[in-house]
Design a protein around this ligand. Structure first.
Ligand code: COA
Length: 225
């Protein structure tokens, strides 16, 4: 539970469809969906992003944590988080993947696979908590839902005693995550879109940001284009 009329709670299993809708609206206009589906009509991009999250959410919920921020009885923000050893997620069932492919098209699916492989190569090798996705519906932004979700996730991860990790494709988010203790440990460019990799050390007198990247010898700082 958090302030400003926002309540944070785990997503009930029956609300996966509503959660996919929230995430689709949250991410529809982000830089990455725009390059994954170039020139696409916003409605088509919404369908494609929704299809991707519809496939991801059940797997994420069964393996990791899906939190929802509620306002007036409906979810307006969703966070997907994975604890140590929960990443990578197992592949969704074949039929679910085929449904996503049908909605996204071959080209976008191919680009998404290319992106996932790039990010996987840079993923920390040391134990960590992974913030896989956090999105708030545009109409409800700036009212504390994002911060409330992130605070609850960080509270949950405290018991793991490991650093936290995330990627983001919006420069505006650097301040948002920076305020929660994340620092940029690297960046990459995917088809012209900048992606920042951020890390938050274990709370307490421990390692500075960079310890995860260093654990596997991956380059901190700028990564090719
Ligand atoms: C990032 C995101 C989750 C923040 O959610 P939010 O509910 O707007 O965040 P909050 O209301 O808790 O605000 C937190 C801070 O972000 C700022 N903010 C970010 N985007 C904002 C927007 N569109 N409108 C108003 N404020 C915004 C707030 O001003 C606030 O800053 P402050 O503490 O200095 O006042 C949301 O902008 C979003 O869904 N973005 C698209 C998806 C995305 O990029 N997700 C993150 C990558 S995984």
């Amino acid at each position: 539970m958090s302030g400003a009329g926002v309540q944070v709670a785990p997503l009930p299993a029956g609300d996966v469809g509503a959660a996919a809708e929230v995430l689709a609206r949250a991410f529809r206009d982000n830089p990455l969906p725009r390059v994954l589906l170039p020139g696409g009509h916003p409605e088509r991009r919404l369908r494609a992003v929704r299809a991707g999250f519809s496939v991801l959410l059940p797997v994420a919920a069964s393996r990791g944590t899906v939190l929802a921020a509620w306002r007036e009885g409906r979810p307006v923000g969703i966070l997907i988080g994975l604890g140590p050893s929960q990443w990578p997620l197992p592949l969704p069932p074949v039929r679910a993947r085929l449904r996503a492919l049908a909605a996204q098209g071959l080209r976008a699916t191919w680009r998404l696979a290319e992106l996932s492989e790039r990010l996987a190569r840079l993923h920390p090798g040391a134990p960590h908590a992974y913030l896989a996705a956090l999105g708030v519906e545009p109409a409800f932004r700036g009212r504390g839902a994002g911060r409330a979700l992130l605070a609850r996730w960080l509270e949950l991860t405290r018991g793991f005693r490991v650093p936290s990790y995330l990627e983001t494709d919006r420069e505006a988010n650097l301040r948002f995550y920076g305020a929660a203790g994340f620092g940029v440990v690297g960046s990459l460019s995917f088809r012209g879109v900048a992606i920042w990799r951020m890390e938050r050390p274990v709370a307490g007198p421990v390692e500075p940001p960079g310890v995860l990247a260093g654990a596997r010898g991956e380059g901190a700082g700028e990564v090719r284009g």
